[in-house]
Design a protein around this ligand. Structure first.
Ligand code: FDP
Length: 336
């Protein structure tokens, strides 16, 4: 029997600064509270739309709102956090002026999965804060993903897990429900460069750009087409679960640019989803682009900016870029 010995707090002491360690522990403690609520499910009164009332006449919150409040309260009380930005809130929340870190989070990614009892998760990113003594502003957050100090996610699936990077590989932890501790299970997660599995919401096909449509058509042709092998498709419809699958068994995930909603460059958020997941994927040996450009090189223009995402097996991500290059178009359809 394999004995897993190292708990998250011990691991953090050995692998990162006390400030980042403390912030990750705050996130981890909140994730355990969120997981407790998820386990109680309907019995905790967390399903359904926010805004209803319970029997005492109190407002009932949906779990994504509750998760947001949990994380926000915990992080703003951590003296290392200068400010926090959540996918659920319009504005950033300044915290402690002497803090050295900024934290962004998506409290419950894939939240449309809650009511159907499917996998959801919490994604986070930690950035440096450079203006100690001043109140942090949104501009402080607008740093390219390559400046992240740490990122990761907590996935609430059949078990609860944490994937974590500080820029020196990806480690995976599993929550032991008995001790309520995250325990290290793999210190070096790697993604295969090739794959025969892809993830995309194919119902958007008619809104895709030509290079992406061509790519998916090639995969669908399997061993009768130019790729000369059969591909399998999976779509959990929660980025966290689709990305976790790629970390565990490989694959390529796409939420590409589409023309479905005018003015939206993609569905996923750069600061809350794309950057933290790109950091994890790259650190595991994969690649992450908007179809053409490395996501972590993109200079953000707004805290809630949306972006097309293509990530996972390096060879597939590079092949998709080559199709865009051949067509002479950028990931957003503009001519080069
Ligand atoms: P959700 O709308 O449930 O929050 O964050 C957006 C996201 O989930 C991703 O987690 C997921 O990959 C995607 O949207 C699912 O989009 P579709 O509804 O188009 O499948």
């Amino acid at each position: 029997m394999t004995i897993f010995a190292q708990n998250l707090d011990q691991y953090l002491k050995e692998h990162t600064s006390p400030e980042i360690a403390s912030t990750v522990m705050t996130l981890a403690d909140s994730s355990i509270a969120i997981r407790d609520l998820l386990n109680k499910g309907v019995l905790a009164g967390i399903h359904g739309e926010a805004g209803g009332q319970n029997i005492q006449g109190e407002t009932q919150k949906k779990l994504d709102v509750i998760s947001n409040d949990l994380l926000l309260n915990a992080l703003t009380q951590n003296s290392n956090c200068a400010a926090v930005a959540s996918e659920e809130l319009d504005d950033i929340s300044p915290a402690n002026q002497d803090g050295t870190l900024l934290v962004t989070f998506d409290p419950l990614d894939g939240s449309s999965n809650i009511d159907i009892n499917m996998t959801v998760g919490t994604i986070f990113s930690i950035l440096p804060y450079h203006h100690q003594g001043q109140v942090a502003t949104e501009t402080d957050f607008l740093q390219a993903g390559k400046h992240q100090l740490a990122s990761g996610y907590f996935i609430y699936g059949t078990s609860t897990m944490l994937a974590l990077t500080f820029g020196a590989g990806v480690s995976m932890f599993s929550l032991d429900p008995a001790s309520r501790q995250y325990v290290l299970i793999n210190e070096r997660i790697t993604i295969s460069q090739q794959t025969a599995e892809y993830a995309i919401n194919a119902s958007n096909r008619r809104y895709w750009l030509a290079p992406l449509a061509q790519y998916i058509e090639e995969l669908a042709q399997g061993d009768t087409g130019v790729r000369n092998k059969d591909y399998n498709m999976r779509w959990v419809a929660a980025m966290i679960a689709d990305v976790h699958r790629i970390l565990v068994r490989g694959g390529v995930f796409m939420y590409p640019f589409d023309t479905k909603i005018a003015g939206k460059a993609g569905k996923l958020r750069l600061m809350y989803e794309a950057n933290p997941m790109s950091f994890i994927i790259e650190q595991a040996g994969g690649a992450s682009t908007d179809g053409v450009q490395r996501i972590m090189d993109i200079e953000p223009t707004g805290i809630h900016q949306r972006i097309p995402v293509v990530l996972g097996a390096k060879q597939e991500v590079e092949y998709i870029k080559s199709l865009h290059d051949q067509a002479g178009i950028l990931a957003n359809g503009e001519k080069i």
